[in-house]
Design a binder for this molecule. Structure first.
Ligand code: BT5
Length: 254
């Protein structure tokens, strides 16, 4: 079932009761030529995924969606799409949550240090850049009655737990698409700065000691800033600065 919503991103929505991963459905649609802004939403995912083949718990009652983008950005700017999406989700949730919403490098959205949303960008390459990007966004809206998987208890939160007034899935989806549209256009028209500023304004753990686990090895130091290519700048003991493009950040508590 495809229907039309007002905003340009999300002009066409494929709404499915149950899928493996909305990112896979969106990739098939993109491979078949679906235009930018095509959106896939599922009521639940049986094989939702995060980065590095990690599982993403996607019970009914969440917002599990994937958006097809066909950016015309230089390849080195593509990682900024993750930061743009995280900032957009945080901005959308701030409209409803009674507390500050934070972003954590590279792809997490947190309330009170608990993860409420995650973003998974998948780029299908082309010799001259990105052929298309699928932006997968998962937001916990209400998990009442669903047993939280072991290991996630106390580490995640959901919107129904944080809101002042109840909010529907459609309203959240519309708000995310609105903000994403703004941030996505900005990246194309104004370069990285507005998106980086929006991201920095909500950044968790900048200025704090962190350990970044990399695909190979780790970097320990102060998380200083995000760079215009979307990497995290970490100052190691002795002042040496390292830029990391992919990894998992943990806060080091004294
Ligand atoms: C992410 O990965 O945070 C990206 C999540 C993207 C999910 C969306 S849903 C729509 C689209 N379709 C998909 O199949 N995926 C996208 P990462 O940074 O690797 O974090 C994964 C980790 O988050 C897991 O290892 C768990 O520790 C934790 N986690 C899993 N499910 C969670 C949930 N529902 N809420 C909070 N944390 C969760």
């Amino acid at each position: 079932e495809a229907r039309r919503l007002g905003s340009r991103l999300g002009h066409t929505v494929h709404w499915l009761p149950e899928v493996g991963s909305t990112n896979d459905v969106a990739r098939r649609l993109a491979d078949d030529g679906a235009p930018e802004g095509t959106l896939v939403i599922a009521d639940r995912q049986l094989a939702g995924r995060g980065r590095l083949r990690r599982a993403w718990w996607s019970p009914p009652g969440g917002l599990w969606m994937s958006l097809i983008l066909r950016p015309t950005l230089p390849p080195e700017r593509l990682p900024l799409l993750t930061l743009a999406a995280a900032a957009a989700v945080a901005e959308a949730l701030e409209r409803h949550a009674g507390r500050p919403v934070a972003v954590k490098w590279p792809n997490d959205v947190l309330i009170d240090d608990r993860k409420i949303a995650g973003i998974l960008l998948e780029t299908v390459a082309h010799p001259h850049g990105a052929e298309y990007v699928v932006a997968g966004i998962g937001i916990n809206l209400d998990v009442e009655g669903e047993p939280v998987p072991p290991g996630l208890e106390g580490r995640l939160t959901w919107l129904a737990r944080e809101v002042v007034e109840p909010v529907t899935r459609n309203e959240v989806a519309e708000a995310v698409l609105d903000r994403l549209e703004v941030r996505y256009r900005q990246l194309h028209d104004q370069g990285p700065d507005p998106v980086l500023d929006a991201w920095r304004a909500r950044a968790a753990w900048l200025g704090e000691p962190v350990r970044v686990t990399l695909p190979a090895g780790e970097v320990v130091g102060i998380a200083l800033d995000v760079a215009p290519d979307g990497s995290l700048v970490v100052e190691q003991a002795g002042g040496r600065r390292e830029r990391v493009l992919a990894g998992d950040v943990q806060r080091l508590r004294p």
